[in-house]
Ligand binder design. Structure first.
Ligand code: G3P
Ligand code: CA
Length: 284
C-alpha cells in the first residue's frame, strides 16, 4: 500500500525542505514550497497553528512580528485578519541577495491552500507547533488530513516536540506516522553521551535502548538537533542506537554543505534544510 511504501522509504535518505526552500524564499510561503516542490524534495516541512476562528495556518513562531508586518500572538487573530498581513517583505529586507519583488505581500498560507496546490504530488512533514498555545490543533489537523486522504496515500508525517500532542494525533487516527522531535543536549562537560533528552525523559543521564524503545512504541522516527552551543552532540553511535531500536533519524536544521556531508557519513536517514538544492546535489 502507499502507506507501507512511505514507511519503507523512511529507511533510505530523505531530503526535507525546512519551511519550504526557506533559504531562497520567505519561510512558510507558497513561493518557498513551490521552489522545494520544483526541486523534487522528499518532504515539504511545515509548522501548523490554529487561528482564533479554528483555521489551520502554516506558521512557525508563536508571535507574528519576525516574519510579518503585524504584531501579537498568532492565535489571537482570525484567518481573515491574518490574511491581510505581508509575510514576504521581511525576507527581502533581511536577505537583499535573495530578494525578489514577487515575494512582497505574500499572504499567510493555510494548510488547505498548500494541500489544494500540491495534493498527493508531494509529501508533507507537519509539526504540531506549541500544542498548549493551540488547543484543538490535533483535532483540526487530523480532520484535514482525512479530508484530503493524506494518510492512507502515504503523503504525511506528523512531528512534534510534545509527546502528548503525538499521542493525541494517534488516538484520533492510529495510522498517522509520527516523528518524535527531541532537543538533545549534553548535561556534562566532557561526555557528549551524557544527555538531557527534552520531551521524552527530561533530566535523564546516558540515553538508553529503553528510551528509544519507548518512542518506537508510537513513533516511526526521531527528529533531533545536532548542535548544542556550537558543539556537535550526536555521533554515529547515537544514530546506530536509534536505528537498532527501530527509529530512523532525521536531523534539523542543516544548511552548510560540510555539515550535511558529515551527518550523512554518520548514517542519518534525512536532513531538514533551508537549502534543499545543496543537499540534493550531495544526494545525486
Ligand atoms: O521540525 C524540525 C525543526 O523544524 C524543529 O525546529 O523550530 O524549526 O520548528 P523548528
Ligand atoms: Ca518545524
Amino acid at each position: 500500500s502507499p502507506l507501507e511504501q512511505q514507511l519503507k522509504d523512511l529507511q533510505s535518505f530523505q531530503v526535507i525542505a525546512h519551511r519550504g526552500a526557506s533559504g531562497h524564499a520567505p519561510e512558510s510561503t507558497m513561493a518557498a514550497y513551490e521552489l522545494a516542490h520544483e526541486w523534487e524534495v522528499d518532504y515539504l516541512e511545515l509548522d501548523v497553528q490554529i487561528t482564533s476562528d479554528g483555521e489551520l495556518v502554516v506558521f512557525h513562531d508563536d508571535t507574528i512580528e519576525r516574519t510579518s508586518d503585524g504584531e501579537g500572538k498568532i492565535n489571537d487573530y482570525t484567518l481573515e485578519e491574518l490574511r491581510t498581513l505581508d509575510t514576504g517583505t521581511w525576507f527581502n529586507e533581511a536577505n537583499p541577495d535573495s530578494a525578489d519583488a514577487a515575494f512582497a505581500g505574500a499572504p499567510m498560507l493555510t494548510l488547505d491552500a498548500l494541500f489544494d496546490r500540491f495534493g498527493h504530488d508531494a509529501r508533507y512533514y507537519i509539526e504540531t507547533k506549541s500544542p498548549q498555545l493551540n488547543p484543538g490543533l490535533e483535532e483540526a489537523l487530523v480532520e484535514t488530513l482525512e479530508e484530503y486522504d493524506m494518510v492512507e496515500s502515504g503523503r504525511v508525517l506528523v512531528q512534534s516536540f510534545e509527546q502528548d500532542s503525538l499521542l493525541k494525533v494517534q488516538a484520533l487516527n492510529d495510522d498517522v506516522p509520527l516523528i518524535q522531535l527531541v532537543w538533545y543536549s549534553p548535561s556534562e562537560e566532557d561526555d557528549s553521551r551524557l544527555v538531557e533528552w527534552t520531551g521524552v525523559t527530561p533530566g535523564s543521564a546516558e540515553i538508553t535502548d529503553e528510551d528509544f524503545q519507548e518512542v518506537a512504541e508510537y513513533a516511526v522516527g526521531l527528529g533531533t538537533n545536532y548542535l548544542y552551543d556550537g558543539r556537535e552532540v550526536i555521533d554515529a553511535d547515537f544514530v546506530k542506537q536509534a536505528q537498532e531500536n527501530g527509529l530512523p533519524v532525521h536531523v534539523y536544521t542543516v544548511n552548510e554543505t560540510d555539515d550535511m556531508e558529515r551527518l550523512m557519513e554518520m548514517g542519518v536517514n534525512g536532513l531538514f534544510t533551508n537549502y534543499p538544492d545543496r543537499l540534493l546535489e550531495l544526494v545525486e
